[in-house]
Design a protein around this ligand. Structure first.
Ligand SMILES: [Zn+2]
Length: 77
C-alpha cells in the first residue's frame, strides 16, 4: 500500500469499517511512514477522535474539509 492508497482508505480507518486486512495494511503503513503518521495524528487531533470516546461519528462536512486538507498535504511534497 502506498501513501495515496492510505489517503484513499483513511475514511475506512477513521470510521472503523473496511476489512481487517485493509485496516492492518493501513496500520502497518502508518507505523512505517512518517508522513502518513503525521497525517493520522493531525487528523485524529482535528477530529478529536484519537483517544476520546465516540470515535465513529465523523460528520460529512468534517470529512470533506479533511480530505481537501489532506490533498494539500500530499501535493506539497
Ligand atoms: Zn505513507
Amino acid at each position: 500500500m502506498d501513501c495515496k492508497e492510505v489517503m484513499a482508505n483513511m475514511s475506512c480507518y477513521i470510521n472503523g469499517d473496511g476489512s481487517q486486512e485493509l485496516r492492518k495494511a493501513l496500520t502497518e503503513h502508518v507505523a512505517d511512514c512518517r508522513r502518513c503518521g503525521v497525517i493520522f495524528d493531525t487528523t485524529g487531533q482535528m477530529l478529536g477522535i484519537v483517544r476520546d470516546a465516540e470515535p465513529f461519528l465523523v460528520p460529512l462536512a468534517v470529512s470533506a474539509r479533511l480530505y481537501s486538507r489532506l490533498e494539500r498535504v500530499f501535493s506539497d511534497t
